[in-house]
Design a protein. Structure first.
Ligand code: B1M
Length: 233
């Protein structure tokens, strides 16, 4: 049977998920949209579809990109397919009906155009009840600071996917400190090449390994900040 003839609905869950990994690899946005909807119809939760079908598929793409089997145009198509699935999941991940628990300004740092992970974090934070101001990619320190001054968020979130761009997070934190603003905001960082130690080294309040942890950590840190502030009054 050719790709065109394959009816995704006839596949059992495990084969459908495998097929979605292949479709992501091949950058087939429409198929990813279909597969995502089918799994949801079968009772899968949005985070399950996200992690098992989409993020896992993207992990496989990443390995072959690293090993020189896939190149930028193919990875862009895979990213585009991933976004098609995320567009279906977005309202479900954001659907809590919770009151706004705080405000987040988030962006991918200067020199870096990776935004899939950052978008997921933004979505999960929205789902956790935050108002999210997303500055997009390639964000420099002045853009971060202008947004902070304009929106007065509880949290500044920065994402980086390249070892060459992750040090820029320290530039942002240091600039905040130089301008006497560092203690006014919670700083959260994340991205595949980062770790706890790096988070501490750049002076962030938290490093988060994934979007779910980021949303939980954000809620926790904002709640703690509110308690501290109420004790100071
Ligand atoms: Co790029 N790329 N890429 N790429 N790319 C990586 C990162 C790489 C590891 C691939 C590899 O070699 N294996 C490698 C970096 C190597 C390194 O730095 N040591 C790499 C490279 C080298 C490059 C280029 C330099 C390639 C080139 O041009 N020669 C170039 C860089 C351009 C630039 O930024 N200036 C480049 C370009 C691209 C594309 C444009 C083709 C595309 C991006 C499309 C897009 O984002 N719109 C792309 C992609 C897709 C990838 C991989 C394959 C996948 C990244 C991804 O989306 N992962 C990636 C390989 C990999 O990481 N396995 C790779 C899925 C996503 C859900 O995970 O982003 O980690 P992630 O986000 C997670 C967590 O990290 C965390 O939560 C997210 C969700 O759970 N998280 C946070 C992220 N941000 C957070 C913030 C938080 C908290 C948690 O708080 C605020």
């Amino acid at each position: 049977m050719t790709e065109e003839e394959l009816d995704l609905r006839t596949l059992p869950d495990d084969e459908l998920v495998e097929q979605m990994h292949d479709d992501l690899y091949d950058g087939l946005a429409e198929e990813i949209d279909d597969g995502t909807r089918i799994l949801l119809d079968r009772g899968w939760s949005a985070p399950e579809v996200l992690n098992d079908a989409l993020v896992e598929g993207m992990r496989i793409v990443g390995i072959d990109f690293r090993d020189g089997i896939l190149f930028v145009p193919e990875v862009l198509m895979a990213a585009n397919a991933m976004k098609a699935g995320m567009a279906v999941l977005r309202p479900l991940l954001a659907e809590t009906g919770a009151e706004t628990v705080g405000k987040v300004v988030i962006g991918t740092v200067k020199g870096d155009i990776h935004d899939i992970g950052k978008n997921l974090v933004a979505m999960m934070m929205e789902g956790a009840g935050f108002e999210v101001i997303d500055l997009g990619i390639n964000t420099d320190v002045e853009e971060f600071i202008a947004a902070i001054l304009e929106h007065q968020p509880d949290i500044l979130g920065m994402s980086a996917l390249l070892t060459t761009t992750m040090p820029y997070m320290k530039v942002v934190v240091d600039t905040l400190a130089d301008r006497g603003m560092r203690d006014d905001y919670i700083v959260m960082v994340g991205g595949a090449p980062l770790n706890e130690e790096f988070g501490r080294a750049v002076g962030a309040d938290a490093y988060c390994r994934d979007a779910a942890v980021a949303a939980e950590t954000a809620k926790d840190l904002v709640a703690r900040k509110r308690i501290l502030m109420s004790e100071q009054v």
